[in-house]
Ligand binder design. Structure first.
Ligand SMILES: [Zn+2]
Length: 122
């Protein structure tokens, strides 16, 4: 089975867009070139709330798109500010998100899922 999302990066100078396609649906995310040495492009906060057609994107799918986009960028060796800062987790704490009992990422207040939410526009 082919992945449900197809990404395409368009550049014009130091910025551009990444198109995310799912079937007939398209979503456009703006990016700009990073000024910091350990990142290539800056994307956050990403507006994944609506397809270009106006249909809303459910929160769960926004997280899925974010995850697919990360994988796609990693495959292109493009470092972005939407990458998880660490894979390590804190053993002795819980995420500060109300009601969440997951351990936070090491050095961060949020667990992986809720860290991702901070990268997404509400
Ligand atoms: Zn959490």
């Amino acid at each position: 089975m082919s992945p449900p999302y197809h990404f395409e990066l368009n550049a014009s100078g130091r910025c551009g867009t990444i198109n995310c396609k799912k079937g007939n649906l398209v979503l456009e995310v703006d990016w700009e070139m990073s000024g910091v040495p350990d990142k290539d492009i800056l994307l956050a906060p990403m507006d994944l709330t609506h397809w270009a057609s106006g249909e809303a994107v459910a929160k769960a799918e926004q997280r899925t798109i974010l995850e697919h986009l990360r994988t796609w960028l990693a495959g292109k060796k493009t470092r972005a500010d939407i990458d998880r800062p660490t894979k390590e987790i804190e053993d002795s704490a819980t995420c500060v998100w109300s009601g969440c009992e997951e351990p936070p990422l090491k050095g961060f207040a949020y667990c992986g899922n809720h860290y991702d939410d901070t990268l997404l526009k509400k």
